[in-house]
Design a protein around this ligand. Sequence first.
Ligand code: ADP
Ligand code: MG
Length: 363
Amino acid sequence: GLGRGPTGPRRRRLLLLLNPFGGRGQALSWCQTHVLPMITEADISFNLIQTERANHARELVTGISLDEWDGIVTVSGDGLLYEVVNGLMDRPDWAAALRMPLGILPCGSGNALAAAINFHAGLAPALGLSLLQNCAVLLCRGTPSPLDLVSVTTASGTRVFSFLSVAWGLVADVDIESERLRRLGPARFALGTAARLLALHTYRGRLSYLPAVPRNASPPSPSSPPGGPVDDLLVPLGQPVPPSWVTLEGDFVLVLAIYQSHLGAELVAAPRARPDDGLIHLCYVRAGVSRGALLRALLAMTRGGGAGGTDAAAGPPLSRVPARAFRLEPLTPRGVLTVDGERVEYGPLQGQIHRGLARLLTP
Ligand code: ADP
Ligand code: MG
């Protein structure tokens, strides 16, 4: 095309990483039929690599040469992007690597980030192939904008980087138990939730957080120390939280630290959340809630992306507070903790926001 001669700007090159088992296993055929023609039409060149196993994408991006690509796009659910983010963080040049624009094309069963992008673009809520087509259009036009990451440290001292959520209780249980319903696609979450509502579990623990006030928004750190950014808001897990933190102890139905508007393609957990607001939207439901009240709150969340960004689910039984950092100390001996929908070791964990640490291709 015009101006794209040997001296003109080169075509954008995207690295597409596709999990052939994401969602109902349709990722490859959907991508070939609905995405690749659109990308070609937009004069973008690409390499498409299918992952062969879990962690393949993570290993791949730790070795790539950054200047060969204008973006890395995952074609799966949220889990594959989580691998890419953590693979980039594994690199010695992590700070430069995180400047790489990231994109997501929803072909998984958990497509929260894609639904959030669709929502912020002002498009009507979409599912399945329609959500994929919307996201493909947005991606072709997309420019990189800041994406917050939360650094999460678990009991063994392992640190992971999360763009979506940390969950304990109901939400985490549904995410993991419904894995065996994978062939149902997104419906696995609705069925899993219904089952969990009938046999409602509660979990004892302590939830502490640093409330977000305008002055403690940490500016993006200009330095890039080895091993990743410094968690300046956290003290080691073995020590008591700082005095400026709030601690709640008791029995919980769920605790969810979320930093995107959507928890699933149909579930709006924090309608006002933006990818770069520098906030952890800390949601929790305490024990003692009736099944009916809980069901109403969950249903309100499925309508939460309605006209004018209404926040139908706010208020009891669902509490939601803006925070910069949090610590979760389970006291119930067994349970499930997830980060971005992926299971992590059970035990105390804590996290803090790093504003705009990554970059996301958004319209
Ligand atoms: P979904 O939304 O359907 O769960 P994800 O993108 O979250 O899709 O992927 C689910 C899991 O599959 C993630 O833990 C990811 O690491 C893993 N994974 C990625 N590629 C493969 C593969 N080729 N085979 C098996 N598992 C894979
Ligand atoms: Mg997943």
